[in-house]
Write a protein that binds this ligand. Structure first.
Ligand code: MG
Ligand code: MG
Ligand code: MG
Length: 303
């Protein structure tokens, strides 16, 4: 039988990887990844004894299911020539396809929430209890990761309810502690090259024909970021000059619940987008947690 590949976006995060694996397990498909997994995802896969999906390069001519993304810019090479069977996603929609396609979307906190919600009966039907526990553990981890332990404004009551049910099923009593453990697994950024800090979770967007790149990192101590402020600005500037109209980096302190927002590009545009003044190339914005719900829509509006 011809293989059907399930994968999420480039610069994979925990929701992308865990949703791909969980859906592949539920539907007997092949999970794959676009790029290396991060340390947070590694922690989750080890915790539930699940293998890292295989990398996939070019998907031209292949049958595919997209999870946690729908924009071709964030997808695999050759996606225009792939046969897309299904999309399961919680991002804004920028998708078109020549053929009818099954498209499952809701503005929930993670793709994993959608999978847990809509495929609950498929999961319950799985006879192998160990396999069932793995799927639930992965989905729980992905919800906690994407909602930043329910602190992100993308979080809904449904995310919380489904996560709590999953936690009960896998025997995790303190869901918030488990969530913070997942976030902490990313480790300190001290000593890491600036490039890897910015590019580990980096997405490209097309705003009215202009290419904008936005990276994000989640940390437990924002001071680590202030120590490398100049290097971050320099990297963003070089990156912009290569390929972008604007580059942005969102360093989110998950304890303080706010972000230092860095940019390179037209200052008047970004000041207008966030209705604030930037000192140099960055500013701290309290309550800013979500690229999808807060950064992208604000920027899109000014382009
Ligand atoms: Mg994602
Ligand atoms: Mg997601
Ligand atoms: Mg994310």
């Amino acid at each position: 039988m011809e293989e059907i590949y399930v994968f999420g976006h480039k610069s994979p995060d925990t929701d992308t990887i865990c949703s791909a694996i969980a859906y592949a397990k539920i539907k007997n498909l092949t999970p794959a990844r676009l790029g290396e997994i991060n340390e947070e995802t590694k922690f989750v896969l080890e915790k539930f004894c699940v293998e890292v999906p295989r990398p996939i390069e070019n998907v031209g001519g292949k049958k595919v299911v997209l999870v946690d993304h729908n924009e071709f810019q964030q997808s695999a090479d050759g996606i225009e020539k792939a046969e897309i069977l299904e999309v399961i996603d919680h991002h804004k929609i920028k998708f078109s396809c020549d053929k009818p396609v099954k498209f499952l979307t809701e503005p929930l906190g993670s793709t994993a929430t959608l999978i847990a919600k809509y495929f609950e009966s498929d999961i319950e039907e799985i006879k192998d209890t160990d396999e069932k526990k793995k799927i639930k553990g992965l989905l729980l981890s992905a919800i906690l990761s994407d909602t930043v332990v329910f602190k992100s404004p993308t979080t809904t009551e449904e995310d919380k309810k489904i996560a709590n049910d999953l936690a009960k099923a896998v025997g995790i009593d303190d869901i918030v502690k488990f969530g913070i453990d997942i976030k902490k697994a990313k480790g300190s950024i001290g000593g890491k090259p600036v490039e890897s800090i910015i590019m580990a979770d980096f997405k490209e967007f097309d705003f009215n024909g202009k290419k904008v790149g936005i990276g994000q990192t989640e940390i437990v101590d924002i001071n680590e970021i202030y120590e490398i402020k100049d290097q971050i600005s320099k990297f963003l500037e070089n990156l912009k000059n290569k390929n972008y109209e604007m580059t942005v980096f969102v360093a989110t302190d998950i304890i303080r619940e706010g972000s230092e927002l860095f940019f390179a590009g037209d200052k008047s545009k970004i000041e207008k987008a966030f209705n604030t003044k930037f000192e140099g190339n960055s500013v701290y914005i309290s309550g800013l947690m979500s690229r999808k719900k807060q950064v992208v829509p604000n920027l899109q509006q000014v382009f």
